[in-house]
Design a binder for this molecule. Structure first.
Ligand SMILES: Cc1ncc(COP(=O)(O)O)c(C=O)c1O
Length: 381
């Protein structure tokens, strides 16, 4: 019989052999763009802190005050004693910002997606996922026990064909997509997806983890469309931690009584909620800052002769995992942190550099990165 250790060692060796083993690297962020790793100070193009808010003094102060006043942890699930009043305040602010009736805050974006899908889809239902959606939507779909089918990336015709073939076999159907795709940076065709869902009596879930604070004046990729489930996270552009969904009041009320990842998980620490409230205030009142990540991404795509960026995420797809890792190392040697993304995070043969842009980057940082990347690509050619 396999011992647990032998099993783990065998699996690790197999991953190592394909250059797919991942390791944690202790990293200390110094501000919105600089960080320390393995004794080196690097300019990061890998963080999702798109507005540079995680270190903003206003967020830090709000978190410090909440920490002192309310303690470090929430002590219990929101349904027990963990429903700090700041959560209700943030939910009301987020719902108003997103133009929704109500909002429900979860412990993280991952927990939100799992909770939403498993609450509104069950064993007899159908969940249709864009093939490139985030792992948390796959996990939620699995947890729901529903039949799960995928449609080709951003392919509304394929979605329609699947709905025509299978919608009638199930009482309910949820279609889920990222609003901004986390590894590709492209946007979902939200209007067309919504129209297709309406025509086939299905509910649309848009995960705007990378859209909130960046796209459509910060309101996200689903803004302007009547999407019934608008999910997002507090942990990227909003610089804090936690997840949310904006929806109608009955939908939110039902989630608050049934979503297992909300009911059976400790509420967010009040300090994280206070920081997110301060971030939302900034997003609402500083439109120039909100416009910067996309402008910077577009400066980079222009310098690199890449298709124009549509979000703060730009992929440079190189195919082979070893090549992506070598490019990432070469950039680190020049002072830049750019992550190499490999399978299973992205499909086989599409390993890439994933480059993210923040309002906190200087244009000069972007020009230097573009030159360094050109040199690294030429050295590999
Ligand atoms: C598209 C997408 N959805 C959901 C999540 C999960 O959000 P969180 O980090 O708040 O758990 C992420 C983050 O990695 C993401 O990229």
């Amino acid at each position: 019989m396999d011992s647990l250790d032998a099993y783990a060692e065998r699996k690790l060796a197999a991953l190592e052999g394909r250059n797919l083993r991942r390791v944690l690297v202790p990293t200390r962020r110094e501000d919105g763009v600089h960080l320390w790793r393995e004794g080196r100070r690097l300019v990061s193009f890998s963080c999702n802190d798109y507005l540079g808010l995680a270190h903003d003094p206003r967020l830090v102060q709000a978190a410090q005050e909440a920490l002192r006043a309310h303690g470090a942890g929430a002590a219990a699930s929101r349904l027990v004693t963990g429903d700090h009043p700041l959560l209700g305040e943030l939910e009301a602010r987020l719902a108003a910002f997103k133009g929704a009736q109500a909002c429900c805050i979860f412990g993280s974006g991952y927990l939100a997606n799992m909770g939403i899908l498993a609450t509104f889809a069950g064993a007899n239902d159908l969940v249709l996922l864009d093939e490139l959606v985030h792992s948390s939507l796959w996990s939620g779909a699995k947890l729901s026990g529903a039949r799960v089918l995928t449609f080709a990336h951003n392919d509304v015709d394929h979605l329609r064909a699947l709905l025509q073939a299978h919608r009638h076999e199930h009482p309910h159907c949820i279609v889920a997509t990222d609003g901004v795709f986390s590894m590709d940076g492209d946007l979902a065709p939200v209007g067309d997806l919504l129209a297709t869902c309406s025509a086939h009596d299905s509910w649309l879930l848009v995960d705007d983890a990378h859209g909130i604070g960046v796209i459509n004046e910060g309101r996200g990729a689903a803004h302007g469309h009547d999407v019934p489930l608008q999910m997002g996270t507090l942990s990227k552009a909003l610089g804090s931690y936690g997840g949310y969904v904006c929806a109608s009041k009955p939908v939110v009320d039902y989630l608050k009584t049934r979503a297992r990842t909300l009911v059976y998980s400790t509420g967010l620490p009040p300090a994280s909620v206070a920081a997110a409230l301060a971030a939302l205030e900034i997003v609402e009142h500083e439109p120039q800052r909100v416009a910067e990540p996309l402008r910077k991404a577009q400066l980079f795509t222009q310098l690199m002769d890449l298709p124009q960026a549509t979000s703060s995420i730009v992929p440079v797809i190189v195919g082979d995992a070893t090549r992506a890792v070598a490019l990432s190392r070469a950039l680190a040697d020049e002072g830049f942190l750019v992550g190499a993304i490999r399978p299973p995070t992205v499909p086989l043969g599409t390993s890439r550099l994933r480059i993210t842009f923040s309002a906190a980057h200087e244009d000069e940082d972007i020009r230097s990165l573009a030159s360094a990347l050109r040199r690294a690509l030429e050295a590999q050619a």
